[in-house]
Design a protein around this ligand. Structure first.
Ligand SMILES: Nc1ncnc2c1ncn2[C@@H]1O[C@H](COP(=O)(O)OP(=O)(O)OP(=O)(O)O)[C@@H](O)[C@H]1O
Length: 624
């Protein structure tokens, strides 16, 4: 953001760069509406000038005692002009709204097409990109129309101002000079104010973002539990109000400055234009000017002063809007974070090979994977274990090509996956991630998202749910598979709320989603049973074992019992492979795996012992 708003020197260049994309958006979304609006703006600009001239004619005709028909004709023309003004204004409002709707749709379409085209995760983990994306989503659809409105306002203002200045020149050049002079103080004042206001908006950016953050937190369903349990509500409200007060203080100071500049400029303008008025009246009184000239002068002073002030404020607004629009332009043009491979891969028949894979999230962070060598032969089940932070999920993400290794290669049947289109590679993979998603949709949709081609195949969805052990729970919901799994939307069009599933049930839904892709070549399960109770976990792993038999799979788990019968278990430690082998081999080696396994087994034995003691105590206490 700093780069866009921080330096005023850059502002003009960025505004110039922001303009053509904004124009292109408007042109692409509704060129005829834009052209129509331009015509209406020119008409609207000319109307006050025509009005003033007709008024002058009426007054002059009355003063010289012209024929009633002539006076009536001019008065009738004035009435027609009034009707035309009303119709033009209504048409303008409708056309602006319609163009706004069209441009908004077009802008959102382009923005989210660009966002969805990003193949990796890098940008979504970059705070600057996320900030930019938020501003782009907020401003992208509105800015082009607002800038167009400002431009049309400028056109209308210019037509009015030039029309009046030209009219005054016709009456007397001095009059034109006086009126223009009368606008100068206001012009100078407004320019200074708009510069200061732009700087203030930039200064307040972070303040307002922080305020929004606290506000969102207090209205978020996810945060509600902790906020209540830890009693954070008052603290968050206090912080939100502090930020708001800071913003209010700045805005108040600005408004006061605005008010004093306006008053001073208004007084000066009034003095100059008042002097001009005295001169015109004296001139008319002396008989060297017409009475209508006085009316024209009064209309012209007001219109030119207002027109100039309006144009300046429109320019300032457009300038500010275009600065924000550069975020939209940047997001739409963002470079993908992964080189787009164009090749494909076939069904996995040989193996997936990691050779000397090094990876870190950013150059200033430590290495997460350090020279990993790993083979996953087709048709085998690999177990991956390691302490927290050892790099297991990172390795999973590299296999899906959400990032590319910094060094080394990952090959799919000998093809470096860097050369493969990420979408093609991912078509061959089914996965449950550690931070799986529950979508605010129906149960059937939640599972169907796993394979869009089978989204309408209820039998396949139910079969996947059965395999994940969640069919009975889903079938028992008020609308079965059509029940909304969320409480933030209403079911259908009615007022009935959706349901909240338990954490373990949500996890099983995510597993069902992955199992809908069961015929894919590689099944990745990253901590699929973390939210399950011991019995459910045992049952799930028994099912998954069946599921994985003869397929290529990678199972990451801290529950070492679940990995026992994997064809091979690999232990990651500090980003390197510390050990690998079957359960029996690793136990015999008596290394990290054996130590972790023994700790867990000891824990279970102790739990079992405690339960046995408790049972014995209860038996002893029980009355005979
Ligand atoms: N998106 C990210 N950006 C920066 N660092 C990250 C990111 N994701 C993970 N890390 C870091 O990479 C390291 C490995 O994380 P990873 O999630 O791969 O570990 P893990 O073995 O799966 O851990 P766990 O058992 O806790 O799930 C950690 O130090 C973590 O802080």
């Amino acid at each position: 953001m700093e780069d866009t708003h921080g330096r005023h020197g850059n502002g003009r260049r960025q505004v110039a760069a922001g303009l053509p994309p904004a124009v292109r958006l408007v042109w692409g979304a509704g060129r005829w509406w834009a052209l129509g609006l331009t015509a209406l703006a020119v008409t609207a600009g000319a109307v006050p000038v025509a009005n003033a001239w007709l008024m002058r004619t009426v007054l002059n005709d009355l003063a010289v005692g012209a024929a009633p028909a002539a006076v009536l004709a001019a008065a009738a023309a004035l009435a027609v002009l009034g009707i035309a003004t009303a119709v033009t204004t209504a048409l303008q409002v409708y056309a602006e709204d319609e163009l706004g709707r069209r441009v908004g749709l077009h802008a959102d379409d382009r923005l989210f097409t660009a966002v969805n085209r990003l193949p990796g995760l890098g940008q979504f983990e970059d705070p600057a990109f996320l900030d930019r994306l938020r501003l782009a989503a907020d401003n992208g659809g509105q800015t082009p129309v607002q800038v167009l409105q400002a431009a049309l306002g400028l056109v209308a203002g210019l037509v009015t101002v030039l029309g009046f200045v030209g009219s005054l020149v016709v009456i007397h050049p001095v009059l034109a000079g006086v009126v223009l002079l009368g606008t100068l103080p206001a012009l100078w004042g407004q320019l200074g104010l708009s510069r200061r206001r732009a700087a203030m908006i930039w200064r307040l950016g972070p303040v307002e973002r922080r305020e929004l953050f606290y506000r969102d937190l207090m209205s978020s369903a996810e945060a509600a539990k902790e906020i209540r349990l830890f009693g954070l509500g008052d603290m968050l409200r206090g912080r939100m109000l502090t930020e708001r007060r800071r913003a209010n203080d700045e805005n108040r100071r600005m408004d006061r400055r605005d008010m004093s500049v306006q008053v001073a400029a208004g007084l000066l303008s009034a003095l100059i234009s008042g002097g001009g008025l005295v001169w015109v009246v004296l001139r008319a009184d002396a008989g060297s000017g017409a009475v209508g000239d006085v009316a024209l002068y009064i209309a012209a002073v007001g219109a030119v002063q207002q027109g100039m002030a309006g144009m300046i404020s429109l320019l300032a607004q457009a300038h500010q809007r275009l600065l924000l629009f550069t975020h939209y332009r940047d997001v739409v043009a963002v470079e993908p974070d992964l080189a787009a491979g164009t090749g494909g891969v076939g069904p996995l028949t040989g193996r997936i090979e990691l050779r000397d894979v090094w990876f870190r999230y950013t150059p200033d962070q430590p290495w997460v994977l350090r020279g990993v060598d790993l083979d996953i032969p087709a048709g085998t089940a690999l177990g991956l274990v390691g302490l927290n932070g050892s790099g297991k999920s990172t390795l999973v993400k590299l296999l899906c090509r959400f990032y590319d290794p910094d060094r080394g290669t990952i090959a799919w049947d000998g093809t470096d996956i860097r050369d493969v289109d990420p979408a093609v590679l991912r078509e061959r993979i089914g996965a449950v991630f550690q931070d799986y998603m529950t979508y605010d949709m129906t149960a059937a949709e939640n599972i169907g998202l796993g394979d869009r081609s089978r989204a309408g195949d209820r039998a396949a969805i139910e079969a996947a749910a059965r395999r994940a052990g969640v069919h009975d729970a889903v079938a028992a919901l008020p609308h079965g598979y059509d029940t909304l799994i969320t409480r933030i939307f209403y079911q259908g069009d009615g007022s009935e709320q959706g349901v909240d599933l338990s954490g373990g049930q949500q996890q099983r839904i995510a597993i069902a989603r992955a199992l809908l892709r069961e015929e894919r070549d590689l099944l990745i399960l990253d901590e699929p049973s973390a939210g399950l109770d011991a019995e459910a976990e045992y049952e799930l792993h028994t099912r998954l074992r069946e599921q994985r038999r003869g397929r290529t799979s990678l199972l990451v788990s801290h529950r070492l019992g679940a990995l026992r019968d994997a064809d091979r278990i690999v232990v990651l430690d500090g980003g390197t492979i510390a050990e690998s082998g079957t359960h029996g081999e690793l136990m015999a080696a008596d290394g990290v795996y054996a130590r972790l396994f023994s700790i867990q087994a000891e824990g279970y034995r102790r739990d079992e012992g405690d339960r046995e003691d408790e049972r014995r105590r209860r038996d002893e206490e029980a009355p005979c």
